[in-house]
Design a protein around this ligand. Structure first.
Ligand code: SF4
Length: 507
């Protein structure tokens, strides 16, 4: 017996409780009793791998518009034969099957209005995913294609602006897995927070800092945005020209995109607006419509301007300018406005704002919608997901595109991109709170449900032996021993999706 074996044999071995291996994702954590794994979604409790959050059953009012009172805790199934609410087993808390060939955690059948429907639910692990963010503001956030950062790490970029909104594209496989570990971790955390409707501070290279929170106004460089513009400067002229006629001699709607001038604009011409000899410094597009009157910024109408007179050249008396001529300058949201009159030298001089114009400025403001941040989760349903639904995954893709399978994320309807694969987008505001999770590969975990007629499910090679009733799921739960929880479905999310499933395919 050598020294090492002697020591080993004479010392008592300390009993270690057995660690269990979680197999719900490729990380394969070993988890000690009473602890959770790296993603905090699974733990070892009572010697079993348990999904820590409850399975969420969504309850829809049987009648359109009826109120639902959400409640937490185990679903009490009282055995009533007549259930006045429509239940939907969502994938939130359902768990993930890994590797690919296992059937999804819940495959639930339900007779809905005489149609036998099957819903396949799973928490999908999305390595290919990101969010598209729409920020309702005219203010300049940064140049197109500039990097967007969270915690100093690049997690996306500024993409093309839309009407009245600035757009960001965040996440994606290159930021999640193609860069440094820190970049992937920070990108994953930012996506998770955005999808779970939490605020995230983002900085844009060469631009602003913006706090984005789904369903809330953006906060840009510390200032909370209030309104989304009524339209571009040209549109505002078109909308309000008749309201200004007779009250003021000239109106300029200042806008970073298209600045409008009523006396030159077609909307002014058709109602006989007189020339004023005004000169706007900018690139004239068509009469009364000017591009690039300034650089984009945080000032009037999304320009850098604090003083709108900077966009005006000299007034021309040969084209109608005269002392006393009145001029209204206003931004596209009506938040900034000023009134001027030309002096003897035809220079505009600011005057107290006249009461007679107050109503028209208020009308611009009134027509502006509240500025909000919109977050759309976007992901591609790949191997594990599709194989969990059917033994022949491409059949699911075809069924989705043929509108025979209805896809939801936590009960919320999705937009399915045409073309190959199952690439979806969903408004996170329509999903229940905290519906999203993550795994440290890093990737986002999103609930996803596929609903189709039972006969279609069997035809596409579905896991027929795994089909269970809703009542069975409520009573016995699933593989991961977690509780069940009922929550009211978000208003407007349709269930059952019979109308959608009965539509004719587009191709
Ligand atoms: S990261 Fe989460 S899902 Fe993946 S193995 Fe660990 S505990 Fe399980």
């Amino acid at each position: 017996m050598n020294e090492l074996t002697e020591r080993f044999e004479t010392k008592p071995v300390k009993e270690q409780p057995e660690k269990l291996r979680c197999d719900a994702c490729p990380v394969m954590c070993y988890i000690a009793e009473g602890r959770t794994g790296a993603c905090d979604r699974y733990g070892n409790f009572g010697g079993r791998i348990t999904r820590c959050d409850p399975v969420t059953i969504l309850e829809h009012a049987a009648e359109e518009g009826a109120m639902l009172v959400p409640f937490e805790g185990e679903v009490p199934w009282d055995g009533e034969l007549v259930n006045t609410k429509r239940r939907f087993v969502s994938a939130i808390g359902a768990g993930t099957t890994y590797p690919d060939f296992k059937p999804a955690p819940f495959i639930v059948s339900q007779d809905v209005e005489g149609v036998d429907l099957v819903t396949v639910v799973t928490e999908g692990i999305f390595s290919y995913c990101g969010v598209k963010v729409k920020i309702d503001t005219d203010r300049y956030l940064g140049p197109e294609a500039a990097a967007v950062r969270a915690g100093g790490e690049a997690i996306g970029h500024v993409t093309t602006a839309e009407y009245g909104s600035q757009m960001l594209s965040l996440g994606g496989v290159h930021h999640l897995t193609g860069g440094s570990k820190a970049e992937g971790r920070v990108a994953c955390q930012a996506l998770l927070d955005l999808c779970n409707k939490k605020p995230v501070e983002l900085t844009i290279d060469g631009g602003s800092t913006v706090i984005v929170e789904a369903g809330q106004p953006p906060v840009i460089d510390g200032k909370r945005e209030a309104r989304m513009r009524v339209g571009c400067g040209s549109a505002a002229i078109g909308m309000f020209a008749t309201q200004w006629q007779g009250l003021v001699d000239e109106v300029v709607v200042v806008d970073d995109h298209i600045t409008g001038v009523v006396s030159e604009h077609q909307a002014g011409k058709v109602i006989g607006w007189q020339e004023t000899g005004i000169k706007v410094i900018g690139r004239r597009s068509t009469p009364g419509r000017y591009f690039k009157v300034s650089e984009p910024g945080l000032g009037w109408g999304g320009t850098v301007l604090d003083d709108p007179l900077e966009i005006l050249g000299d007034f021309n008396d040969k084209k109608g300018a005269r002392p006393g001529l009145s001029l209204l300058m206003v931004s596209t949201t009506g938040e900034q406005f000023a009134y001027y009159e030309l002096d003897a030298a035809l220079k505009p001089v600011r005057k107290p704002f006249p009461e007679r114009l107050g109503k028209s400025v208020a009308l611009i403001e009134e027509n502006c919608e509240p500025a909000l941040c919109t977050v759309l989760f976007m992901g591609g349903a790949g191997g594990s997901l599709r194989a969990g639904v059917t033994e022949n995954p491409v059949n699911l893709t075809r069924s989705v595109h043929d509108l025979k399978t209805y896809v939801t994320v936590g009960g919320a309807p999705v937009y399915v991109w045409p073309g190959g694969g199952i690439t979806i987008m969903v408004d996170v505001m329509r999903t229940p709170d905290n519906a999203f999770g993550y795994v440290p590969t890093p990737a986002l975990v999103a609930p996803i449900e596929f609903t189709l007629r039972r006969d279609d499910y069997i035809r596409l090679g579905g896991h027929a032996d795994e089909i269970r009733s809703v009542e069975d799921v409520l009573e016995k739960g699933g593989e991961y021993f977690n509780a069940r929880q009922a929550r009211g479905a978000a208003p407007g999310n349709p269930w059952p999706p019979l109308q959608q499933l009965h539509r004719e395919p587009k191709r």
